[in-house]
Design a protein around this ligand. Structure first.
Ligand SMILES: Nc1ncnc2c1ncn2[C@@H]1O[C@H](COP(=O)(O)OP(=O)(O)OP(=O)(O)O)[C@@H](O)[C@H]1O
Ligand code: NI
Length: 347
């Protein structure tokens, strides 16, 4: 994706929801896009699939490269997006799953219909398989949407997104309404998708969930990326003051909110959008910083961040503490690399 920009025209104002975002998601990898509510994460995902309303102006380029074929998504006609992209090459796990299910038909009817439309030969068996993979019992699919808890509706939506065997999965807050064990399970399911060779873009507020699954992290603020890099590095040693603030705001870390509020997207400051909330801001910040070497800041850290809740073993991260320490976990390759790196650092 290069220079993805989205503005919404409103009477008397323009909302600049996404302001020139570049990134890449590769097969077998998970990129987590994190940032506060309203920073443009869902708009970005919807732009890729041609799902924005008529008052949206989109510019930039986004190439979907699959099996030697390249499709530029932002300029693609709706018919092409409908036939080749949505639900097929790209699966979207929507942010409010319950609103995407029809109330008058069972989850199974809707999932099997999606599978039939995709030409699946055995929709019933495949629906059961998709349900089991999400930790649902096949019988749960026979419920109507109002009979599903929020967490179950979420898992039905996840199953629907995977029905077409997508190559790229856009998971927009796929853990809404799930408690921690189910969040962990949902993240492990995303990890499996990566390990099968799919690309995953995870959109989340939940840094602990991101830490569990993501290879790479992109931190978004007021429609722009402020820091990108390997997830473990960004979470351990963030360089942008906003990224450091997000880490310290984690409920399983210092739990200190970032002071102030994000700017209005109709009246963005001329310089760095984070400057009004930033302890390091000075005159240099009147000029908007470009993203260079993975950070968009005139005074990049490394910043010291909290390692755990007060009184906890500071050597353990939140995720490893919850799981009983690194040794207690079945570590993924990414985790092993990270833990290995840490051991290496100590030695
Ligand atoms: N159709 C629209 N018209 C005008 N503004 C819009 C429209 N859709 C979204 N916006 C604005 O774009 C901005 C980004 O919204 P978006 O939904 O992408 O945020 P988000 O990062 O996904 O937040 P959350 O974490 O709460 O889901 C918000 O300020 C929102 O109000
Ligand atoms: Ni959103």
């Amino acid at each position: 994706m290069e220079g993805l920009t989205v503005s919404f025209r409103l009477p008397g104002a323009t909302v600049r929801a996404v302001g020139g975002v570049d990134f890449e998601v590769r097969p077998g990898r998970c990129l987590a896009l994190v940032g506060e509510s309203g920073c443009g994460k869902s708009v970005l995902a919807h732009a890729l699939l041609g799902l924005l309303p008529g008052n949206a102006e989109v510019s930039g380029r986004a190439w979907l490269e699959q099996e030697g074929q390249t499709l530029e998504l932002l300029g693609a006609p709706q018919a092409v997006l409908a036939r080749r992209v949505r639900g097929r090459a790209v699966g979207l796990i929507p942010q409010s799953p319950a609103t995407h299910l029809t109330p008058v038909r069972t989850a199974r009817a809707q999932l099997e219909e999606a599978l039939r439309e995709l030409g699946h030969p055995r929709p019933r068996e495949r629906a059961d398989e998709l349900a089991l993979r999400q930790g649902l019992r096949p019988a749960d699919l026979d419920r109507y949407p109002h009979e599903l808890s929020g967490g179950m509706a979420q898992r039905v939506a996840n199953a629907m997104a995977l029905a077409g065997d997508p190559w790229l999965v856009l998971a927009d807050e796929p853990t809404g309404g799930l408690d921690r064990p189910l969040v962990d399970r949902a993240m492990d399911a995303l990890r499996e998708l990566c390990d099968e060779g799919r690309a995953v873009l995870l959109i989340t507020h939940d840094l602990r969930a991101a830490e569990r699954v993501a290879d790479d992290l992109a931190v978004m603020y007021a429609g722009r990326l402020v820091e990108t890099g390997p997830a473990a590095r960004v979470l351990d040693r963030p360089r942008h003051p906003y990224a450091a603030g997000l880490v310290d705001a984690r409920p399983d870390r210092a739990f200190v909110p970032i002071p102030g509020m994000p700017p209005e997207l109709t009246r963005l400051p001329d310089g760095c959008a984070f400057a009004p909330r930033c302890a390091s801001a000075d005159a240099a910040c009147a000029v908007p910083p470009a993203l260079e070497d993975g950070v968009a800041c005139h005074h990049p850290g490394p910043h010291r961040v909290s390692r755990g809740l007060p009184g906890d073993d500071p050597a353990l991260t939140g995720a490893s503490r919850a799981a009983g320490g690194p040794a207690a976990r079945g570590l993924s390759g990414r985790d092993r690399a990270r833990e290995g790196g840490r051991e290496g650092g100590r030695a």
